[in-house]
Design a protein around this ligand. Structure first.
Ligand code: GLA
Length: 375
């Protein structure tokens, strides 16, 4: 590792939460994410020659030639997050990069649904944009980062994570329309509750393939809907009553997925209204309903996530809880009364360990600003 003083630029790139609106971004609906106060720190420095060195405290270092065509590495190598964005930058700004070093350090747990992947992609894009004066707009950076994940990593993710990481602001949640990319910053009116993430420490091996599979099923549902109702273009725009008319045409599991999408879209809009009215009890109810749909209709939960959400229902200090992100493991997001956080964490940690013989990690987090330069 090279000492900090040799680096020319340091970037902090945050993880993200999503209060509600899960598996909705790639269906063209509304989501309610925010950036948080856990970050990946990336230090950059230009160097002579052709070879770039990328080092990380947690993973193996790698090198590549910036003047040769870039291809994804096999076996889900983590380098693909970095190579993917560089490939995207070079398409928009050909020949404007030269060799550089970068060092990566993270306090974001990986595979926990807090989007360490978007933090890395966006941090690299944002840092190189500044180091090489590329003049990429924020939206261009968001799209480069998303495309890297789609094409180099192979997860056909939507735009929510990268959008939140780049556009996040302190104490604000982002009500994002994922079709038009128009957004509003809403006050996160959740006092006296705080956001606590409970990490199951379960990472499902099939998360990426199941994710792509859900996306495919939504496309199938959409094709059928369009054949009868050609004016709909995005699944999240199709109202529940229209989906109900397709009961005999759609396969049972496809119908359940489409029903979830219609209901979750409505919940997200409702949630954004009750949040602005300060009705945190109603907001919490919508979070529980979201989990119920993710678990029973969209089938992306797992026993560990379900246990954590069910457990919270017995405790008045928790106003809302649900799985967050792609699913199959990772975290639940919980709104817990600030006076009872420690007490509740002790109880649930013990109950979780007794049930699964697994450690539970608890992260109390604040909504914070998006990717930024530290020096
Ligand atoms: C992952 C993806 C996002 C989004 C969520 C589910 O985090 O990267 O695009 O689809 O899952 O809401």
């Amino acid at each position: 590792m090279v000492a900090n003083k040799n680096f020319h630029l340091t970037v902090k790139s945050p993880g993200r939460i999503n209060l509600i609106g899960e598996h909705i971004d790639y269906n063209g609906g509304h989501v309610l994410p925010a950036a948080i106060d856990l970050n990946i720190t990336i230090r950059f420095k230009k160097r002579e020659g052709r070879v770039c060195h990328v080092s990380s405290k947690a993973k193996d270092d790698f090198k590549f030639n910036i003047y040769e065509p870039l291809k994804p590495k096999p076996n889900n190598h983590w380098a693909n997050y970095v190579l993917g964005v560089i490939n995207g930058i070079l398409k928009l700004r050909p020949q404007q990069l030269s060799a550089f070093d970068c060092e990566i350090e993270s306090d974001l747990p990986m595979g926990s649904g807090i989007s360490s992947s978007a933090a890395l992609e966006c941090g690299i894009t944002f840092g190189l944009n500044s180091l090489f004066n590329l003049n990429l707009s924020k939206l261009e950076q968001i799209k480069i980062a998303q495309k890297a994940e789609n094409d180099f990593v192979g997860t056909k993710c939507g735009i929510m994570d990268q959008f939140a990481v780049i556009m996040g602001e302190e104490k604000k949640v982002i009500l994002l329309n994922c079709e038009t990319l128009k957004y509003e910053l809403l006050d996160a009116n959740i006092d006296p509750y705080k956001i606590v993430l409970l990490n199951t420490n379960v990472e499902h091996k099939l998360a990426s393939s199941e994710y792509n599979n859900r996306r495919k099923v939504c496309e199938i549902a959409m094709e059928m809907i369009k054949s009868k109702y050609p004016h709909y273009h995005q699944l999240a725009q199709v109202p529940l009553k229209v989906i109900e008319t397709l009961e005999n045409e759609l396969q049972e599991s496809v119908l359940r997925r489409a029903t979830f999408v219609a209901e979750e879209e409505k919940r997200t809009i409702d949630a954004s209204i009750v949040l602005q009215n300060g009705d945190i009890t109603k907001f919490g109810e919508l979070m529980y309903a979201s989990h119920e749909g993710l678990s029973n209709k969209y089938d992306v939960s797992c026993p560990e996530l379900d246990f954590l959400v069910d457990y919270s229902k017995k405790h008045n200090s928790v106003v809302g809880s649900r799985m967050m992100g792609g699913g199959f493991g990772g975290c639940t997001i919980n709104l817990i009364h600030k006076d009872y956080i420690q007490y509740y964490i002790e109880l649930i940690t013990k109950a979780y360990e007794d049930q699964f013989d697994l450690e539970l990690s608890c992260i109390e987090t604040e909504i914070s600003k998006g990717v930024s330069i530290v020096r």
